[in-house]
Design a protein around this ligand. Structure first.
Ligand code: ADP
Ligand code: MG
Length: 726
């Protein structure tokens, strides 16, 4: 392995080619890249060749893990980790909290003779037994049933998290209950990848394109948006501190009207931060690539190059961890919330998703002469069918109290799930629906009108930033995913519903082939039938417009504004059947997840409600009353001097009216918080219906007060300060 990152095709990377088919492996290379991750060169140097090969087969070709290699791998990992300053190891897993969890054990064990030796066996690598009772299980486990297991996921590289004082070897693991039910986000993701692999293999066999292919993977590249706010402001704002978003705050004079932040020059302090983040991520083998200013002031984006889904999902969590930790070194707080500032662009996590063989062929790459590429058109149609049939489930898969504030607001896709395809593909689908597709629209060269500027090829369609689910040349970009989301879950859902659709289509084609022998005709007939029903989910226009809302209603597409109304779609019989059939999750496991979603929704809302009431009581009302008494004094003194002062009087009345409004809303919030329903869905529904409107009313009064209370009496950092000072 040389000094470049190598690709499956054996080529090294020279430019950023859109048509790159296979994700870069983590075959460590230049400088410090991958120094702290147990893959590539590190594995090659430290493992006997047969063990290296066996592990590679599992990591890159989805082969069954040979437990016989565990002792050798464990020993090599331990030595490597200790050489890099690690004192402990942990099984690193993803409980349903949406965060990661880790329980550390020291490598050092005391011996009877008073000495100590370092130990780490294959058994310790393969299996752990954390107490499962304190993680959300959605009722699968009672608290007295504490046993849970973590199991080594050899397909995702172990890594070392270093601090100034040492390091911890983190081993990515699945987390299941004693009875085998999944209690985490990784297990169903891996199961759903197998489902898609099995179904996609059927397609390849159908087209005689399976030679040498032993598995099909999904690939993921996630663009992460975030805000940076100076730490001192966050410390003065309980809402940011506790909830990660501002619960009150008047709009700033300047937002993103001027479009002067997007892709703007990155401030030096922020650039220093980004450099450190990237350095840390490189060492951990996370291939970060892109960075830029986002739409809102104080908002930024980071994106790694795509990887195999399971690794990308682990790396995403690691990336969020590093973004948060490194912010502290630079006096920032990294706000990952979907909507930290009302009225300002929110943060998403564009989830770029594709399907790729283990021989390196991107199955969603339309290639030249797309109209003849029936295999591509089959996969495309399967995605269209899946998204149309399960738009509600996809909406639910990205649902959270936080993401509800973002969807449908400034610069974010609406809650209506639709697909953008662009002119070239839409044209081919038109042809297909009418008969046999006969041509593919070609790129036209773009003349820049000056001799010194190059002619560049234009794409066959423009970008569409407004679509929640857009085809972007060789992949789909699911843009509705929220910035705090662990991507494993939306991708589990996506994989499962697409696997289900591929299954449906291939089965129909097989049936068609019993009647006649022409594969192409059979494929065309089936795709045409599917498109007739499901093409309504394709929309290439402006998803932000009101007209689209009307049109979507006419097309019968769901528009589920509140996540709390979306979660139930997981429990519809056909969804449960699909998850069960592909062994992704049993109905019991799905039900548990839905319970957890409702609980999380309610908990987040209740925490926000309590935080808001204390801020209003401790900060807003006291400063309003101070202002009120200043105004009353001014009014009394001015009137006593016999001078007309109706202005101060009306201002005084305005303050009093707003405080009254605030107190009424506060009382409503208190009432809403006092009610509690036994059933998780009822409680969530109650808080949505009673608490949210009361919080909005309180916010309106508070923001109106902020606009008139003198700055020296207003106790909280303003939007202006938080978004513009750095
Ligand atoms: P843009 O903002 O133009 O959408 P970015 O460069 O910010 O694009 O991010 C695009 C993301 O899509 C990157 O993470 C990139 O690696 C990823 N990507 C590219 N090809 C694929 C693919 N075949 N499968 C999954 N993700 C991909
Ligand atoms: Mg993008």
């Amino acid at each position: 392995m040389g000094s470049h990152r190598t690709y499956r095709s054996g080529m090294s990377r020279t430019d950023r080619d859109l048509d790159m088919d296979y994700p870069p492996g983590v075959n460590a290379a230049t400088d410090r890249y991958g120094l702290l991750t147990f893959t590539g060169d590190v594995m090659l140097k430290r493992l006997p060749p047969d063990v290296f090969k066996a592990l590679q087969q599992t990591m890159s070709h989805g082969e069954k893990l040979d437990p016989g290699i565990a002792n050798t791998v464990a020993m090599a990992m331990k030595d490597w980790a200790i050489e890099h300053g690690a004192t402990h190891y942990c099984h690193w897993f993803q409980p349903l909290t949406g965060q990661t969890a880790e329980k550390h054990d020291a490598f050092l064990s005391p011996e009877a003779n008073g000495g100590a030796i370092t130990t780490f066996s294959g058994k310790q690598l393969i299996q752990g037994e954390p107490d499962a009772s304190s993680f959300p299980s959605g009722g699968i486990r009672d608290t007295y049933e504490a046993r849970g297991y973590t199991a080594w996921d050899a397909t995702s590289p172990a890594f070392i998290l270093q601090t100034d004082q040492g390091g911890t070897l983190c081993i990515p693991t699945a987390f299941v209950s004693w009875t085998g039910e999944a209690l985490d986000k990784k297990t169903p993701l891996i199961r759903s990848s197998e489902a898609i692999s099995n179904q996609a293999m059927r397609v390849l066999k159908l087209f005689n394109a399976d030679a040498g292919v032993s598995a099909v993977f999904t690939t993921l590249g996630c663009e992460q948006e975030y805000f940076l706010v100076d730490r001192r402001f966050v410390e003065q704002r309980p809402d940011l501190h506790i909830c990660g978003r501002t619960l009150i705050g008047a709009p700033p004079a300047k937002g993103h009207q001027l479009d002067d932040h997007y892709f703007g020059a990155i401030p030096e302090r922020v650039l220093d931060y980004m450099n450190e983040v990237e350095q840390r991520l490189y060492e951990l083998g996370v291939p970060v690539q892109t960075r830029h200013n986002e739409v809102a002031p104080g908002q930024y984006e980071i994106a790694p190059t795509f990887e195999l889904a399971n690794v990308a999902s682990d790396h995403q969590l690691l990336l969020m961890h590093i973004l948060r930790t490194v912010a502290e070194h630079h006096g920032f707080v990294c706000l990952m919330h979907e909507k930290p500032f009302a009225g300002v662009n929110g943060s998403g996590k564009h989830n770029n998703w594709s399907i790729c063989t283990d021989t390196g062929v991107n199955l969603l790459n339309p290639r030249d002469d797309t109209h003849t590429n029936m295999q591509f058109l089959l996969f495309l149609t399967a995605v269209i069918r899946a998204v149309d049939l399960h738009a509600d489930v996809l909406r639910a898969s990205i649902g959270s109290a936080a993401n509800d504030h973002r969807l449908g607001a400034n610069e974010a896709p609406p809650a209506i799930i639709s697909i953008f395809l662009g002119d070239m593909l839409s044209d081919i689908l038109d042809q297909l629906e009418a008969g046999k597709p006969s041509e593919t629209m070609q790129e036209q060269p773009l003349d820049l009108g000056a001799r010194t500027l190059p002619q560049i090829p234009a794409h066959t369609s423009d970008r569409n930033r407004t679509s929640p689910f857009a085809f972007t040349g060789n992949r789909f970009e699911f843009r509705a995913v929220g910035s705090t989301a662990a991507i494993a879950w939306p991708n589990t859902v996506l994989n499962t519903i697409v696997a289900d659709s591929i299954d449906y289509i291939v089965t129909a084609i097989e049936k068609e082939l019993e009647a006649q022998n022409d594969l192409e005709v059979a494929v065309r007939n089936v795709l045409r039938d599917v498109l007739k029903v499901h093409r309504r989910v394709v929309f290439d226009g402006d998803n932000y417009s009101d007209e689209w809302h009307d049109e979507a209603r006419q097309r019968g597409l769901p528009n589920i504004v509140s996540s709390c109304d979306a979660f139930a779609s997981f429990e519809s019989p056909n969804v449960q059947a699909a998850f069960d059939r592909f062994n992704v999750l049993s109905p019991k496991e799905i039900h548990a997840r839905v319970e957890v979603l409702y609980e999380k929704y309610s908990n987040e809302l209740a925490i926000e409600g309590r935080c808001l009431t204390s801020m209003l009581r401790q900060f807003v009302i006291p400063s309003a009353l101070r202002f009120q008494s200043e105004l009353a004094e001014t009014f009394a003194a001015t009137s006593a001097a016999g001078i007309e002062c109706s202005n101060s009087k009306s201002l005084l009345e305005q303050v009093i009216a707003l405080v009254t409004q605030l107190r009424t809303a506060l009382a409503d919030i208190d009432v809403a918080l006092a009610v509690s329903h036994e059933e998780a869905d009822k409680q969530a529904e109650h808080l949505r219906a009673a608490l949210l409107p009361a919080m909005t009313a309180a916010r309106e009064a508070s923001d109106a007060l902020e606009a008139i209370v003198p700055a020296d009496l207003w106790p909280l950092p303003t939007y202006e300060e938080m978004m513009f000072i750095r």
